[in-house]
Write a protein that binds this ligand. Structure first.
Ligand SMILES: [Zn+2]
Ligand SMILES: [Zn+2]
Ligand SMILES: [Zn+2]
Length: 454
């Protein structure tokens, strides 16, 4: 169904579009969200509350089902025993949002054969869909509601992969009044290509339906913005879309639908789950070079490639003032094999394991190679880069205070300072997100230790 939002935007922008944005026509997509004015890195582009959310199983009972904050003293819903809340306030808010329609039938639904037969991701979808539908029954005029977020949700494009019968087969928690089957199908068909993973410091904690963000932002593997999540005691999870770099008036604002580090599988995922082909500079480059070569098996050969990578990324020029920004299009062909996804995973494992086992020389070497790869693959100020710089700072710090490496204490201390300053510069763009014990606090802590040592 087309609600004619694009047409409306030409005269009178719909009220759900923030004044930082306007919709403009796009050659392939339905339209695009462009900046109405100049945006500095770190500017908030859109703040939008969730229409519905679900916690991951691993977070159940550790976080409040309503506000998603960690809490050691959560209280269980005495009705179903399956939802946990900080207090009466969070419980009442979720009761009004959807739980009063679900509480009674919830356990018989999740123990039913139909639900148990689902795969894990389908179970999440099934419960999240139940939250959405229960919420809709509570809107004035229920399924015919003119609620803003509900209308925007229905106006989203469906994913490419849902034959209508599959969607109707997804069991949901019995709800009164029952949803019309076409609405159920319609909403579920919009899940796979529109829902967001909610994260705290880059770790997924749940899934959420944010219709306005879905409606506004197209994908890029080299995005100029990123979404972060604000957890507050006063409400449900809020998404905040933040500019990662300077954005000029009229420039399109894009979010990454996938981790830009997925260099080999993203083309397929974007086509299967989202139904489009990405034409960003990175994807064009990857298509041009074709299948990535195998990584050499010899240790010496690989080590020489890694040196070439750090030198191409210009890591030796690193100063606390600026991170290098190597261009993927200029990557020497001999380094193409290092763009394999398995290489990044392995390097990251080597770094973590060596840091953990206090093998600091190995850790710093692999960590710096990984930093070079991140700088090549991730866009400017991408939070993964900042988080890794913080890990490097911690490793370098541990190396300075370990008895075995007091050879160049000054040089090493200087390294900690540089990594820490750069981590701060990158992470301060996205700013605080999720839980309060975040990387910014860790940077302050380590900065304090460093100052005390000096
Ligand atoms: Zn809460
Ligand atoms: Zn309950
Ligand atoms: Zn792309």
């Amino acid at each position: 169904m087309d609600h004619g939002w694009t047409m409306a935007s030409k005269q009178n922008p719909p009220r759900w579009i923030p004044n930082t944005l306007r919709l403009a026509s796009h050659e392939n997509a339905r339209d695009k969200a462009v900046a109405t004015g100049h945006l500095d890195p770190g500017s908030s582009i859109l703040k939008t509350p969730a229409f519905a959310t679900i916690l991951l199983d691993s977070e159940k009972g550790r976080r409040c089902d309503h506000c998603f904050r960690k809490n050691a003293g959560l209280k269980k819903c005495t009705g179903c025993g399956s939802y946990w809340y900080c207090d009466a306030h969070c419980q009442a808010a979720q009761w009004q949002a959807h739980h009063k329609r679900l509480c009674k039938a919830f356990n018989s639904y999740t123990s039913s054969t139909a639900f148990q037969a689902l795969q894990r991701h389908e179970k999440y979808d099934s419960i999240l869909l139940s939250h959405v539908l229960a919420h809709i029954t509570l809107l004035p005029d229920a399924y015919a509601s003119e609620d803003m977020m509900y209308s925007v949700l229905l106006s989203l494009l469906p994913g490419p992969q849902h034959p209508s019968n599959t969607a109707s087969d997804l069991p949901i928690c019995p709800i009164r009044p029952p949803p019309p089957p076409d609405i159920l199908r319609k909403i579920y068909a919009r899940f796979g290509n529109n829902n967001f993973a909610i994260h705290s410091h880059l770790t997924s904690i749940g899934h959420g339906v944010f219709p306005i963000a879905s409606r506004l932002f197209n994908h890029s593997c080299v995005p100029n913005a990123a979404a972060k999540y604000i957890l507050s005691p006063t409400g449900s999870v809020t998404m905040d879309v933040v500019a990662l770099r300077i954005i000029a008036p009229g420039e399109e604002i894009c979010l990454p639908y996938l981790d830009p580090g997925l260099l080999q599988t993203r083309e397929q995922i974007l086509e299967l789950s989202y139904g489009f082909k990405c034409d960003c500079v990175f994807c064009c480059f990857l298509r041009k070079i074709g299948p990535l070569p195998e990584i050499p098996e010899g240790e010496k050969e690989l080590s020489s490639l890694e040196e070439q990578l750090t030198s191409f990324a210009n890591i030796s020029s690193i100063s606390e003032l600026k991170l290098p920004n190597p261009s993927i299009e200029k990557t020497p062909s001999v380094l193409h094999c290092l763009l394999r996804e398995s290489y990044m995973t392995k390097l990251s494992e080597t770094f973590s394991k060596a840091s953990h086992e206090q093998k600091y020389d190995v850790a710093l070497k692999s960590g710096i190679t990984l930093l070079s790869l991140y700088l090549l693959v991730y866009p400017e100020n991408y939070p993964q880069i900042g988080m890794h710089l913080l890990e490097l700072a911690k490793t370098a710090w541990n190396a300075t205070i370990s008895a075995s490496s007091d050879r160049f204490p000054q040089e090493m201390r200087r390294r900690v300072e540089v990594f820490l300053t750069l981590a701060f510069q990158v992470l301060t763009i996205l700013g605080d997100e999720g839980d309060s014990d975040g990387p910014m606090e860790k940077i302050t802590l380590l900065g304090g230790l460093l100052a005390a040592e000096a």
